[in-house]
Design a protein. Structure first.
Length: 532
């Protein structure tokens, strides 16, 4: 645990990619296999469920620190992070522990959830007496299920590749999908270069950067493939031997949510295809809200499947007849994809995207302007000669999204953020006018720079009207322009509206709160009648 805490300190102390990569590589080279596997699991974004309820942690930490609960709560309110607060207020440990990371996780952390409240308390008090400083902080972040550190999964994969001389794309493939931290898994990851990948496992997804500036800067139009950017669930369909699997971009197996796709997949040859799952009816995409009805349902019933029928719209072929095709040019991969889908003679829910025929950048701009009429978010631009990469490298794939919907809204509630923003109010709720009152409309967390965050934080602290737990009600004086991708009706929100991907575009210091938009404005923007 001490070495993992030291790695956390090294990663948190630097913003330089090279420094972080070297620190990770050194840790992985020297750590025991079990510890390395758990470290890789945490650092690639996996988290255990919270082992102990927060309320108990507050009470027990105050007792262990010898301070009244109200004082602990004041400390927590100022620090903004429960694990950090506990690490700071507790007295130094009376004993030292040299237990390895995997022992702390497997024999101490994971069993906590199944214990009685009294046993949880007794064990935690003992653990706090053996860990101090960063080690205590990291352990508490793991217990609360909020462990984060400033490295990407791709950086971790590169560090493992650097440490053991394995190609980074091989490491990325083996870490994709589901896996359990163990010495055996770690050895299969780094020792046997020629080990066969999990037959049902996906490849790492290739992601696009937002296009900034004029697309003509990309060069000749005929060097690029253009297609619609769909708003669905990015997924890979795997057909290898007897294995058929469906994986989301978040490396979650989702086959159970789409049984009709899995049934049709049996007609496909051995391949791995990348594409988008869309709710689809009458040869047209349905709103994302329809697709949401299918999410997190392991066995959707006939009614749900009829209300939100789906297709798999494929745009790339990653593997063909057990051969990795990712290094081949996009045009070659797409042609094989088209030939494959044509060969099964239709009648399935698997279809291929169609390139847009516009011959010039000006023609593509006109097509992009009609995106919402087609139910899409804009265009994807892909270099025709590009291989299928790993992660989000720049240069070959770009997303040229349409301009967002915008409305001016008033800040009405605020909460503190997480991680390095845990001491600042950065999570905001905005309201629109409706019948003379402001009703909650959207929550947003991103879009402000550091100076603006500090300015808004100071305003919130000086203009709090009420508190409800961690939430502050603030004077309705600050107006922000919000951007978002889609509007849908919602019975769960007081405004009757829910929006997709809201973010702050700018502060509107030129507008008074009374000049902010109304719920009727939002309905008009969505093309609805103003009647509720």
């Amino acid at each position: 645990m001490k070495r993992f805490a030291a790695l956390f300190e090294a990663l948190d102390a630097s913003t330089r990619t090279r420094v972080k990569t070297d620190a990770l590589a050194a840790y992985f080279r020297e750590a025991h296999a079990e510890d390395a596997a758990w470290a890789a699991w945490f650092l690639t974004g996996h988290r255990p469920r919270q082992a102990v309820p927060s309320k108990r942690l507050h009470l027990w930490a105050a007792e262990a620190a010898g301070i009244p609960l109200w004082l602990f709560e004041e400390c927590f309110d100022n620090v903004g992070d429960l694990a950090e607060t506990i690490a700071l207020v507790l007295p130094p440990p009376a004993h030292a522990s040299d237990l390895a990371l995997h022992e702390w996780i497997e024999s101490r952390l994971l069993p906590l959830r199944e214990l009685s409240e009294a046993e949880q308390k007794a064990r935690l008090l003992g653990y706090w007496d053996q860990l101090g400083g960063t080690a205590r902080f990291v352990f508490m972040k793991l217990i609360t299920g909020n462990f984060r550190v400033g490295v990407s999964a791709l950086l971790v994969m590169r560090a493992i590749a650097q440490a053991f001389g394995v190609e980074s794309n091989v490491v990325a493939h083996r870490l994709a999908g589901e896996w359990s931290p163990s010495a055996a898994f770690w050895k299969s990851l780094v020792d046997d270069v020629h080990a066969e990948a999990d037959r049902a496992g996906p490849y790492p997804f290739f992601l696009a950067h937002p296009l900034e500036g004029d697309p003509q800067a990309l060069g000749e139009r005929d060097a690029w493939l253009a297609e619609w950017k769909w708003d669905g669930i990015r997924a890979q369909l795997i057909r290898r031997g007897e294995a058929t699997a469906l994986w989301s971009r978040g490396n979650e197996p989702i086959a159970g949510q789409f049984p009709e796709l899995m049934a049709d997949a049996q007609r496909l040859p051995h391949c791995v295809i990348d594409g988008e799952i869309l709710a689809w009816r009458d040869d047209r995409v349905m709103p994302f809200a329809a697709l949401q009805k299918r999410l997190n349902r392991k066995n959707p019933g006939a009614k749900v499947m009829a209300e939100a029928p789906v297709i798999f719209l494929a745009f790339d072929l990653l593997e063909w007849e057990d051969e990795d095709w990712r290094v081949r040019p996009l045009t070659e991969r797409r042609q094989r994809l088209l030939d494959m889908l044509h060969a099964i003679a239709g009648g399935t829910r698997f279809r291929a995207t169609s390139p847009l025929p516009a011959a010039t950048w000006e023609g593509l701009a006109l097509a992009r302007a009609q995106s919402r009429e087609h139910g899409t978010e804009g265009l994807m631009l892909k270099r025709a000669s590009s291989p299928y990469g790993v992660g989000r490298p720049r240069g070959d794939w770009w997303k040229w999204k349409i301009e967002p919907y915008t409305l001016d809204a008033v800040l009405i509630y605020a909460q503190k953020g997480h991680g390095k923003r845990a001491s600042l109010y950065t999570d905001y709720t905005f309201g629109l006018w409706n019948g003379g009152e402001l009703v909650p409309f959207a929550k947003a967390y991103s879009g402000l720079d550091d100076a603006e965050i500090r300015e808004v934080d100071a305003f919130i602290r000086a203009n709090t009207l009420e508190r409800f737990g961690p939430v502050r009600v603030v004077k309705p004086e600050l107006v922000f322009e919000l951007g978002f991708e889609a509007i849908q009706r919602s019975k769960r929100h007081k405004s009757g509206i829910a929006v997709r991907f809201p973010r702050m575009l700018r502060m509107r210091k030129d507008k008074a709160p009374s000049q902010a938009n109304t719920v009727d404005d939002a309905r008009e923007l969505a093309g609805w009648e103003n009647a509720a």
